[in-house]
Design a protein around this ligand. Sequence first.
Ligand code: C2E
Ligand code: MG
Ligand code: MG
Ligand code: MG
Length: 277
Amino acid sequence: RAKADGRGTFRFYDARLDDELQRRRRLGAELRDALAADALVLHFQPLMDAASGRIVGYEALARWPHAERGWVPPASFIPLAEQTGLIEDLGAWVLRAACREAARWPAPLSVAVNLSPAQFRRDGGIAEVVAEALRDSGLAPERLELEITESLLMARTEPVLRALRELRGLGVSIAMDDFGTGYSSLAHLWRFPLDRVKLDREFTHSLADDAKVGVIVGSVVSMAHALGMHVTAEGVETEAQRQALAAHGCDVLQGFLLGRPQPADRLPHQSADTALV
Ligand code: C2E
Ligand code: MG
Ligand code: MG
Ligand code: MG
């Protein structure tokens, strides 16, 4: 498509696109190999009860340790997995590994697992994968929470509703992740069987900038509670944020202040002096 029109700009642009395409293709192939070699890992970030300061569970976060590139962040390899169709296998691996790990924690500690909308593409597929992960690990279903995103609820309402009901039927709970970043509101989400909303860290981080943010957080919390849902606040980095979010009625807090994502052998519930009361 490059035009030899003397300006050279098109050719230059196409060459760069080519490079980018090749780079992504290579990375995609490497991700496939990493998954096949069982080289991906999970880190776990504590979820803390806002009132008591007790750890109630962990969110599983996928990590790709890459020989040359270091730790490739999920923000780049999850979209890649979605584009290359690898997400089904990757997602199933995450579910199996997270459930297997959580089954070793003392009850009632729970594990939260992120699901990509792409994992809902095949009818009945996701419930089967979750049921198998529970069966193989022996983890009680009430100790597994699945995190979905608003974008999932935008398209294909009927099949998604069916899948969520199937999942709920297994006894697991469903959380809406990054709530507030999309366009949906609780007034729309009531149709879906949700047990929890996770307020995006954007809210946490702008709490101090404007009193209006506190008003929004407070009303999301009371609406969620009135609808029978729990609320988790993400991105808690300061003591002031922690106190404000607790005062606004958030049930669970998550963020670097309370604990970074960590490998499974270093999780804080294993040491005695961790309750940040
Ligand atoms: P998320 O599900 O919203 O996960 C929380 C992200 O916020 C994590 O980033 C976590 O490290 C980060 N975080 C936690 N506390 C703080 C804080 O106090 N401040 C700040 N600035 N950030 C904080 P991470 O691990 O890089 O993951 C990014 C996203 O990638 C996740 O966002 C999730 O959407 C996706 N992801 C991660 N693992 C998986 C997975 O296994 N499957 C799928 N489908 N998506 C995943
Ligand atoms: Mg999440
Ligand atoms: Mg989140
Ligand atoms: Mg988030």
